[in-house]
Design a protein around this ligand. Structure first.
Ligand code: ZN
Length: 331
């Protein structure tokens, strides 16, 4: 099927924006990873590859990629104990920069406490930890402008953790997530995998919390919709603020061959808007593209049963609309 000239520009623009968001590296040269144009023919790291599937469509399929867009956010990982610290910057799914700091162990000498009283010796050690935490945070600031990091994952010894927390600017304090199951002596790959799993968990929990909120709001006649038909209707009325899909979402319906209007259920004799021919279609991709083109925030759950049972999709609306007004908009 050839898409209409009206429908194609909207989808291709949205596709290009999504690709740019997911794949094209941000500008700004760095010593470790200079800005470079992406070669689309070369293999790219995909930390969470989409499932294999074969489907034909007049436009690029993006649902299986955009649902992992959260995993391409920029974040920092800090591993620190009183002897050394390692800082990583992860951007677009790959470690982009790394800084290692090592400190000499000046305070535990063969002379024990160096003849000092215990409180004095403890104050001395505390001062060292404070200095090292300060140095770690300063280097973190050099590696990445704080506002650019979406998360700061930390694996640190108790003393360093507390001191770093004091030194961090307030913008980054809110983004700090301690990785409690990891140890500062764990190898790099284990630390980075742990941070990635934490990112996945945060993204999934955010989507599930939104889905739960939508399910509560949607009944009865609240500021939300669940299921493909009411959600699509709200989307086409430009009512949707946030949209949550489950990874298993599928929607069968129809698409107008001229104006691109979408509908669920049986194929009508003609499009209710322009009276042109309507064609049977899988609407999952159309819904994602339409939402993205409207600037709607998208969230994805993975096999979240309450949402799957409600039709696999739900939307939080910008405003409540009465059934009378809804009829007037949807015709
Ligand atoms: Zn039409």
């Amino acid at each position: 099927m050839r898409p209409s000239s009206l429908f194609w520009p909207e989808t291709s623009r949205a596709s290009r924006d999504i690709w740019r968001k997911i794949w094209i590296p941000r500008g700004g040269a760095s010593p470790c990873s200079p800005a470079r144009p992406r070669d689309y023919s070369s293999p790219s790291l995909c930390p969470c590859p989409p499932e294999n599937s074969l489907a034909l469509s007049p436009f690029p399929h993006l649902f299986s990629l955009i649902r992992f867009a959260d995993l391409y956010q920029t974040y920092a990982v800090v591993v620190a104990n009183s002897r050394q610290a390692c800082l990583y910057l992860v951007s677009e799914g790959r470690p982009e920069k790394q800084i290692s700091l090592f400190w000499e162990d000046k305070h535990t000498t063969r002379f024990g406490r160096m003849g000092w009283s215990l409180p004095k010796f403890q104050r001395h050690i505390q001062e060292h930890i404070k200095q090292r935490a300060k140095e770690t945070v300063e280097n973190l600031g050099k590696m990445i402008p704080f506002r650019k990091a979406e998360f700061l994952f930390t694996v640190a010894e108790e003393g360093m953790e507390a001191e770093m927390k004091k030194q961090l600017p307030s913008s980054l304090k809110k983004k700090q997530v301690p990785l409690l199951s990891l140890d500062t002596h764990d190898p790099d790959h284990k630390i980075l995998s742990g941070a990635f799993e934490a990112l996945q968990k945060i993204s999934r929990e955010k989507a599930e919390a939104l889905a739960r909120h939508i399910l509560e709001e949607a009944q009865p006649m609240g500021r939300a919709t669940t299921g493909p038909e009411p959600t699509l209707s709200a989307l086409q009325n430009h009512q949707v603020e946030r949209l949550v899909f489950d990874g298993r979402f599928q929607a069968h319906g129809w698409r107008c061959s001229k104006c691109g209007f979408l509908g669920m259920g049986g194929l009508p004799a003609a499009c209710p808007l322009c009276q042109e021919k309507a064609l049977s279609a899988e609407l999952r991709e159309d819904i994602v593209l339409k939402a993205h083109a409207q600037g709607v925030a998208l969230f994805f759950t993975e096999n979240f049963i309450p949402l799957v049972k409600a039709g696999g999709v739900g939307a939080l609306l910008k405003f409540k609309i009465s059934s009378g007004t809804r009829k007037q908009f949807t015709r």
